[in-house]
Design a protein. Structure first.
Length: 761
């Protein structure tokens, strides 16, 4: 029955547009006509002959077991031409993207899609009557990218005619969730679904539209995100309606308020929901370009653990510079929207939740109240009384960005603290372009080392003036590659294996285990995000090349343990070990198991895959280390586990040892106590110890310092402990002793806190 309904509807659509077109032109496509890209979470497919497309899940949302391997847009079967498609209106005439109109003597051509499996993009160009329409679909392969749960779909329309054309665009999405062809559609901040046809225009167009399989207890959700992906235009008109009504029109459609698309009461006797996004007709001069874009998928979940029992879905608007370079548009004010998704597996009823926002310097909360808007938050914290299991709650902030002289990025973090769930955090970066039009000044001074063995780890360091690369902190919209000079073969570097180091971002380190072709390789930065392209161009190539050889003597070193040892009372050094046996022997040989060893002490033991890097500063080669949690578990003193989005960096600078990271750190029993930047510092001349009593016999007048995990990032993680909400300020590493020897010792961690009393408690 469903297939029959689809056939009738689509034939009717064809008849409306072209009454004389032979029906065999629209015959079902062969399976080989479908091209797909995916990232393990979602998949996008396009029919190379018709331009119809579909979106489906693979593993889906990490916190939702029921959304695996389901369609998010309807697809009849493996030979379907797809029922989601785009219409382009040119001077009042309507044409379906991808179709061949040569039967009517109209110049049209659908080019073969260009698929980039490395960057996971599909670019499809279609030309009709001198108007080039290029569809670009991108799916992020980076699990740390906040867009990795969605397909970004954009259209670029260029008028190659000598005369101006009036052009409009409509994209029709045949929404689905698994076998459900009529998901409940909820617009923006609303809490009840739209079930009869409806139109939204101008300022009423929401930031997002959600699809749910159930209003009371949803297991699956889809998201159409209409703002904030790149710098293309958001739709200015949206229709939520019955697919058959929308598919059976050329372009324009007036919603039927009496048509209920959620049940069997319509004239089609079948529920079938759809979304139509419009970019209304506008004059497009000769050689001018117009853009349209949206995201469709399963929402944002990159910051969440699969085991968490609540999810934070966060998206932010873009900030744009004025064309006259006098500042930012809208005075630099943009929105950050946060959805608390309590529909995940093992969700619990939440009461008295605190949703807290943290901003990097250069951003501030707009405190102006908008009358009647109960979802707007004008202070740092929002108190939410109840979020029942199976529901969602949305709040948003208006944030103002200070103008920047060169392109930069600022972090926005949000945390949720409740009585019934573990703390959950999410963070995003907003790119701030140069308000004055200044181009970034980037120089590459050294690449160390410059020769590598073709197998095993290749640990590479770049130094120079890299401060403008702070705009890459969000790790979205760009990629880093090694390109073989002779063949052009690209090897992508995983984002979690890239780290910017130094206070002024004067160094970058990355590693890869990929087997490389012998010969010269270029280090290449590629930019896909339009804001980044505007400032950096589409590609930057480091002038220094690396050489890959068959010389095994060049193989990079790695270790299983690295320690920070205090020696000569107030000096510090790194000591590396391949295994536990070497560590035990070192402790014994250097009498580090004695409680009364005043002059020396092992302060840190970092376990994991410890990689050795080399860099040059002022002509001097220095060694530093990285422990990457994406390769192996990283622990500190057997009590703290690091699960950051980039490697833990251990480096020495003029006698000071700094251990730094960015991301989640938790006690091994999984109590997370921070989720942002942090560092542990040992400065020569200062005495640090895990146990102050060990130095009671030290008779010189000097301050004894604890071993602190100091928080440097903007994150703020509220913990509910014993019925009180605690704001953790920093962590202190200690250890306990049993008697006069080392046996029975254990590392410990305690926190400096303040009690936080939210309103209403």
């Amino acid at each position: 029955m469903k297939k029959f309904k689809r056939t009738i509807a689509f034939v009717l659509l064809i008849a409306l547009i072209f009454t004389k077109m032979p029906l065999d032109v629209f015959a079902a496509a062969e399976a080989g006509d479908r091209i797909s890209i995916d990232n393990g979470y979602i998949r996008y497919s396009i029919n190379r002959k018709t331009g119809g497309f579909s979106v489906s899940t693979l593993t889906g949302h990490p916190q939702k077991k029921y959304d695996d391997n389901i369609p998010l847009l309807f697809r009849e079967d493996s030979s379907s031409t797809e029922t989601s498609f785009t219409t382009v209106r040119i001077d009042g005439k309507d044409y379906i993207f991808g179709q061949d109109y040569g039967w009517f003597g109209i110049d049209s051509k659908l080019y073969e899609p260009v698929v980039d499996y490395v960057n996971r993009t599909v670019i499809t160009k279609w030309v009709i009557k001198g108007v080039e329409v290029t569809q670009k679909v991108a799916i992020s392969g980076d699990r740390n990218n906040d867009l990795c749960g969605n397909a970004g779909i954009s259209y670029e329309i260029k008028n190659t005619n000598k005369e101006a054309k009036k052009v409009g665009i409509r994209t029709l999405l045949d929404t689905a969730l698994g076998n459900l062809d009529a998901p409940y559609m909820i617009s923006g901040f609303e809490s009840t679904p739209t079930v009869t046809e409806r139109e939204l225009k101008g300022a009423d167009v929401p930031d997002q539209i959600r699809g749910l399989d159930s209003v009371t207890n949803p297991n699956m959700m889809s998201y159409a995100i209409l703002k904030g992906w790149s710098n293309g235009a958001a739709p200015d008109r949206v229709i939520i309606g019955h697919w058959a009504n929308l598919a059976n029109t050329r372009y324009d459609y007036t919603p039927n308020r009496n048509c209920d698309f959620s049940n069997y009461s319509s004239i089609y006797r079948t529920p079938d929901s759809a979304l139509a996004f419009y970019w209304s007709e506008d004059t497009l001069p000769s050689n001018a370009v117009r853009k349209a874009e949206f995201l469709y998928g399963i929402g944002n979940f990159s910051s969440q653990l699969a085991t968490a029992n609540v999810n934070i879905n966060m998206d932010i608007d873009r900030v744009y510079a004025k064309k006259d370079k006098s500042g930012y548009e809208n005075d630099g004010i943009f929105e950050a929207r946060v959805e608390v998704d309590n529909t995940v597996d093992n969700a619990k009823d939440i009461s008295l939740a605190t949703l807290s926002l943290s901003l990097e310097e250069g951003l501030s909360i707009v405190e102006e109240v908008i009358e009647g808007d109960n979802n707007l938050v004008t202070s740092k914290d929002a108190i939410i009384q109840d979020i029942p299991a199976g529901t969602t709650c949305i709040r948003y902030w208006r944030i103002k960005a200070e103008p920047q002289t060169t392109i930069s990025a600022k972090q926005i973090a949000v945390s949720l603290s409740t009585n019934t769930t573990d703390p959950v955090t999410a963070s995003r970066y907003v790119i701030l372009p140069s308000a004055t039009g200044n181009l970034p000044n980037i120089t590459f001074d050294t690449v160390t080392p410059n020769k590598f063995y073709y197998l095993g780890d290749k640990n590479i360091n770049i130094t120079g003036n890299l401060e403008a690369f702070k705009s890459l902190a969000g790790k979205a919209g760009w990629g880093l590659y090694l390109r073989h000079v002779a063949t052009g073969e690209l090897v992508e570097i995983k984002k979690e294996q890239i780290a910017f180091t130094g206070e002024k971002l004067n160094a970058l380190s990355f590693t890869t285990e990929e087997e490389l072709l012998v010969g010269e390789h270029e280090i290449v930065f590629k930019f896909m995000d339009n804001q980044l392209v505007n400032d950096f161009t589409s590609e930057i190539v480091v002038k220094q090349k690396i050489e890959v050889t068959l010389d095994k003597e060049l193989e990079n070193k790695s270790y299983g343990i690295i320690s920070v040892v205090r020696y000569d009372t107030d000096k510090y050094k790194f000591v590396t070990f391949r295994n536990e046996e070497e560590l035990v022997k070192y402790r014994k040989d250097n009498k580090l198991n004695n409680f009364d060893a005043i002059e020396s002490e092992m302060l840190l033991e970092v376990r994991g895959k410890i990689q050795e890097f080399r860099k040059k500063e002022k002509g001097v080669e220095k060694i530093y280390y990285a422990a990457d949690p994406s390769i192996s578990e990283v622990t500190i003193n057997n009590i703290v586990q690091y699960n950051g989005t980039e490697p833990l960096i251990l480096e020495e600078d003029d006698g000071t040892i700094i251990v730094s990271g960015d991301g989640k750190i938790n006690v091994v029993d999984n109590l997370t106590f921070w989720n942002s930047g942090f560092e542990i510092v040992f400065e020569e001349g200062n005495i640090h110890t895990l146990v102050e009593e060990k130095l009671e016999g030290y008779n010189k007048p000097v301050e004894i310092n604890e071993v602190l995990i100091e928080y440097t990032g903007i994150g703020r993680l509220l913990q509910n402990i014993g019925g009180f909400t605690m704001d953790l300020k920093y962590g202190v590493l200690t250890e306990s002793w049993d008697g006069d020897d080392r046996e029975g010792y254990g590392h410990q961690l305690w926190w400096e806190t303040c009690t936080y009393f939210p309103k209403g408690r």
